[in-house]
Structure formats: C-alpha cells, structure tokens
Design a protein around this ligand. Structure first.
Ligand SMILES: Nc1ncnc2c1ncn2[C@@H]1O[C@H](COP(=O)(O)OP(=O)(O)OP(=O)(O)O)[C@@H](O)[C@H]1O
Ligand SMILES: [Zn+2]
Length: 465
C-alpha cells in the first residue's frame, strides 16, 4: 500500500499517515461562513483538501473515506448582511432574509467549487441543523468544570485546559499580550472565549438553559465533527489563518468534552493566497471572487492548475502569467490525452508525489515528463487523478477541428497551385507556421492531413485562419 506522509502542524513534522480505521478514513475541514461569494483565497483550501480526498480515496478505496466540510450559517456577518437588506427595503422577516441569504450563498458556493472540479464532501452539515448537539456539548463542558455561564453567556475557561495554546505554540500570557481579546467583565480570564451568547429579539436565537441565544463559531465545528466523525478522527484541515484562535479553541472544547478521544490526529493547514504580500481577505477588501475569474473566461481547471503549481504550505499569488502558462500547458496535455486509448492507471510518480505531503508541484513536473514521453494513456489517467479532464476535452481547450480542416484544404490547394507554378514559397510558409503551432503536417498524394501534436498551441494558428 502507498505510504502517505503528511506535515502535521500539531507536531511540526512530516509523519507517516496511518488511519485509525482504514475502512473509514475520516477528515474534517472548516468550511465557509455563508454570507458572500467565495473569493479566490477561500478556494485554496477547497482545492488542496480535494486533492487529499482524492488521494485517500485512491489509496483506501472511494467507499472508505468520509469527508466532512461544514457551512457556518450562524454568524454575525450573515445577520448584518440580512439586516442591511431589510433596511434597504427588502421584504420578509429578518429570519427569512437570513435564510434567503444563506441558501443563495450555498448554491453559489456549490456552483463555483464544482467549476474548480472539486468533489462534494460526503457530508456538509449546516450549523443551524446541529444546535441541539452544540447545547449538549456546552452543558457537558460546564458539568466537567471547563465552562461557566455568566450574564446569558457561556464561556470556555482556558485555565481549565493545560494544553491550551499547544497547536499554535503560544502560552496564554503571550496570547493576551499579542491578541486583540475582547475584554468583558464576566470573563474570568481575558482569553476565555464564547461558547454561547444571548440573542436580542431581532436576531436569530434558540432556547437554551442560558436563555435565548446562539452558539459561538468554535463550538459549531467541535460539535459537528463529534456528531459525524466521533471523538477521534484522522485529519482536520483549514487555512493557516484558522490555527489560532479557531483551531486552538476547537481542540480545547473537544478534548475537554471527550478526553478519551484526543480529537484530530493530523492537523493540516494551507498557506494563504496573497495579494502583494497580504492575505486575500474580505476585511482588507483586496479580493476578487472565483466567479469574477470564471466570468472573465478563465476556465475553472486553469484556476485549479495554478493553485496546484504551488505547494500548499507556501504562500502564493495569482498572476496573469501563471494563468497563461497553465492554460497553454492544459491545452497541450488535453490534446495529447484525448488520443489515449484503453484503460490505465495514474502514473506511480504522480501518486508518490502527492503521497509526499501533497507535493502537487512535483506531480505537475511528473506530468510534464509523461507528456514528453508521449504516453497519452498514462497522462490522461494521471490528469484525471488530479481532478482534471473529467470526460471529453472541454470546449475551451478543444482543438478547433473545423479550423484545422479548413487549413488542410487551403494547404492542399496551395500545393496544387505550386505544382503548376513551381513556386513553393506559400506552401513552405504555411507548413512552417503549422509546425510552429505544434501541428504535424502529413502530405500524401491523396491529400493533406493536419494532426495536432503534443505542443499544439491553437493561439498560434490565429494568423493563418
Ligand atoms: N487568502 C486566503 N488564502 C487561503 N485560504 C484562505 C484565505 N482566506 C480565507 N481562507 C480560508 O477559507 C476558508 C473559509 O473561510 P471563511 O469563510 O471563514 O473566510 P472568511 O473569513 O470569510 O474570509 P476572509 O478571511 O476573507 O474574511 C477557511 O479555511 C480559511 O482558512
Ligand atoms: Zn472549524
């Protein structure tokens, strides 16, 4: 069996991955807060963990992996967006407007992520559907002395958990010094964080032992991961921006509620997609959405390819140059892979590259080698393994067959003329232009055949048409 090695943020080293139960490998990834279109940065973890999901399915079997990614649909940002709509005159109660907003955003999210050729996780729990589980977990934490109720709030007591800060390698004192913690009179320690907070009448709320209120963000993931994956599971993922405080808090809650479990064994974090050295983020306003790019005509597969060309633990930028390069490479590979015949398997070198802490850049280097070796069948299966080229060659990358046929006819007639005039200048010029575009020219008595080769670049044909 393929040995997978993954960098575990918890131990700060690459470790051999051995699932708790190879019949059910379990992974949880923090999903989006659904109040707006996903920006390109949000797409990075989706693509990264999609590659890991595909690798796990390849190694352990598609029916032996459970991938859970949540939707955070309880959040003050969602409430604020709905409130703004209401103030702008939208019809309906605030609750209806909130539901409308989240439904719409989830549908956009699915459509956009599908364009990036990412698989839907096995379960996509919505926080609003698991409130009961969150309340039960909070009650349990209070009973075990890890949380306390105060003024309608419930807070997690960080002093009650010795390992608090271990994931991010910080002490509680460092955190207080470095973080913008919300100081509140009812907190025993300024780092104590909210498990439950009261809701005013105009905000969404649920009845609880502490009055009408709503859960804090961190408890959502702990409760849903427990309900769907159990007290211990294999992998927990998300962006590195979530390592502290979100993941630190998830660990504290889950390990205190279920000390025998130990929560996630491997913690994987993707680095940030940046814009001029800064994290792409909604709050900084330096973002563009996946949909913006798709609307500009950038194929989802090209976005996927650009993302995979940088290792997930390195920061990266989106550039026009990377887009062009990705598009050119994929066109070439698709033309080549389209000629594949029969069944095959992904190239072992590609599987090995991914098994080495998802070395997608190396996997792409391996694909270049397959392309050079003109191994169309292995190239096709390796591309599919990486999530490219689901079925036929997509329109944007397909060879314009009609164009090639027209060129073949023109070349044939130019050749007929040249036979009479003995001036082969135009024929030679056309042939060299075709060769430069990566098209193989086969001339015989019966006619002219133009065959796109591995370096075929349709853009270079434009001058000829
Ligand atoms: N620039 C980025 N690069 C890579 N991953 C990111 C980036 N920004 C957010 N993420 C990841 O996207 C996922 C969804 O996060 P979430 O919906 O909370 O984003 P957000 O907080 O609304 O975005 P923002 O940080 O722009 O406000 C998380 O796993 C998060 O780590
Ligand atoms: Zn989470």
């Amino acid at each position: 069996m393929t040995e997978i090695r993954l960098y575990n943020t918890k131990t700060r080293q690459k470790e051999r991955f051995q699932p708790i139960d190879p019949d059910n490998v379990r992974m949880y990834v923090c999903g989006p807060t659904v109040y707006d279109r996903a920006h390109l940065g949000n797409a990075r973890p989706v693509i990264v963990f999609d590659v890991l999901y595909r690798l796990l399915r390849h190694v352990y079997g598609p029916d032996h992996v459970t991938y859970v990614r949540n939707f955070t649909d309880v959040d003050d940002k969602i409430n604020a967006t709905a409130l703004a709509r209401k103030e702008a005159g939208a019809k309906g109660t605030l609750e209806e407007l909130i539901a409308e907003r989240t439904e719409e955003t989830i549908a956009w999210y699915h459509a956009d992520m599908c364009e990036l050729r990412t698989l839907r996780p096995d379960r996509e729990p919505r926080a609003t559907q698991w409130i009961g589980a969150m309340i039960a977990m909070i009650e349990d934490l209070i009973a075990k002395g890890h949380a306390y109720a105060a003024e309608g709030h419930v807070l997690f007591s960080v002093d009650s958990y010795r390992d608090y800060g271990k994931l991010s390698g910080r002490s509680v004192d460092d955190m207080i010094a470095g973080a913008r913690v919300e100081v509140a009179p009812y907190k025993r320690n300024p780092m104590d964080f909210v498990l439950w907070k009261p809701s005013s009448d105009d905000l969404p709320g649920w009845d609880s032992p502490w009055g009408r209120g709503r859960p804090g963000w961190h408890i959502e993931c702990s409760a849903m991961a427990y309900e769907l994956l159990g007290e211990t599971f294999d992998i927990h993922g998300g962006g590195i921006d979530l390592q502290f405080p979100h993941h630190e808090n998830e660990i504290a809650q889950s390990c205190c509620a279920h000390p025998e479990g130990g929560f996630a064994r491997f913690w994987l974090h993707n680095e940030m997609l940046q814009v001029e050295g800064k994290k792409m983020s909604k709050s900084l306003g330096n973002f563009f959405t996946v949909r913006d790019l798709l609307d500009q005509g950038v194929p989802g597969e090209v976005i996927r390819f650009v993302m995979l060309s940088t290792h997930y633990r390195k920061p990266m930028d989106w550039t026009e140059k990377k887009r062009e390069e990705a598009e050119r490479t994929l066109r070439k590979w698709y033309a080549q892979a389209a000629t594949a015949i029969g069944n095959g398997a992904p190239y072992q070198g590609v599987v090995a590259a991914l098994s080495d802490d998802l070395n997608t850049a190396q996997a792409i280097a391996e694909l270049h080698q397959l392309s050079l070796a003109d191994d169309a069948t292995t190239l096709r299966h390796s591309l599919q393994f990486l999530g490219f080229m689901g079925g036929d060659v997509p329109d944007w990358a397909s060879v314009p067959a009609a164009d090639l046929a027209a060129l073949a006819e023109r070349l044939a007639s130019a050749r007929a003329d040249a036979m009479a005039t003995k001036d082969f200048g135009q024929v030679d010029a056309m042939k060299s232009a075709l060769l430069a575009a990566g098209v193989e020219v086969r001339m015989s008595k019966d006619g002219v055949d133009l065959v796109p080769g591995p370096d075929f670049d349709p853009a270079k044909l434009e001058g000829l048409l």
